[in-house]
Design a binder for this molecule. Structure first.
Ligand code: COA
Length: 160
């Protein structure tokens, strides 16, 4: 599926968006998207581990069964630790990332989280702006955190 197929009927494909919890069947598509989006992608095995972790929650967003994004968090006591968020490059800047993040934050709140935290590369402007827009504030920098580029990690928190 490519975005061109939808460009003439933007509102109708948005009606076809479906959020659902990640299942084993999603993992090959998630791992493929992960490779597209990150310089240090998680393997399929790591996502399978998430399905086996009772404190881990992953949501997918699909159009007609095509996975176009996913996000996940770990619930640690009353904190939601956001561990992944990605949207297929062809579907960015159309609100998907924001919707995914809002959905996982709502889910975290329902499960008792009072705060949410995440780490993001300092140079990742789209993600930094998205997180700020949804109420996250930078509280610290973890210097040289990312092994591949030695970039700093921005540590952000939000009250839920
Ligand atoms: C970060 C990411 C998930 C955003 O997804 P998205 O679907 O494009 O985000 P949205 O359309 O919901 O954007 C919401 C807001 O975030 C900000 N934003 C998102 N992408 C942006 C960009 N490229 N440039 C500037 N601001 C951007 C804007 O404020 C935007 O609102 P606007 O479009 O009304 O201006 C996506 O770029 C992605 O998958 N990146 C690669 C993976 C990644 O870096 N994940 C985060 C790891 S911490």
């Amino acid at each position: 599926m490519d975005q061109g197929e939808f460009s003439s009927s933007l509102s109708s494909w948005k009606l076809e968006l479906r959020f659902s919890l990640m299942t084993m069947d999603d993992i090959p598509q998630i791992a493929a998207l992960e490779k597209m989006c990150f310089s240090m992608p998680w393997s399929e095995r790591l996502f399978i581990n998430e399905l086996e972790n009772n404190n881990s929650y992953f949501l997918t967003i699909k159009i007609r069964n095509e996975l176009i994004g996913y996000a996940g968090f770990w619930l640690i006591v009353d904190e939601a630790h956001i561990v992944n968020l990605a949207v297929h490059p062809e579907f960015r800047r159309q609100g998907m990332g924001g919707m995914l993040l809002k959905n996982i934050l709502d889910m975290a709140k329902q499960k008792g989280a009072l705060k949410a935290t995440l780490e993001v590369r300092e140079t990742n402007t789209p993600a930094n702006l998205l997180y700020e827009r949804l109420g996250f504030v930078c509280v610290a920098l973890r210097k040289g955190y990312y092994a591949d580029t030695k970039e700093h990690a921005v540590i952000m928190w939000a009250d839920l």
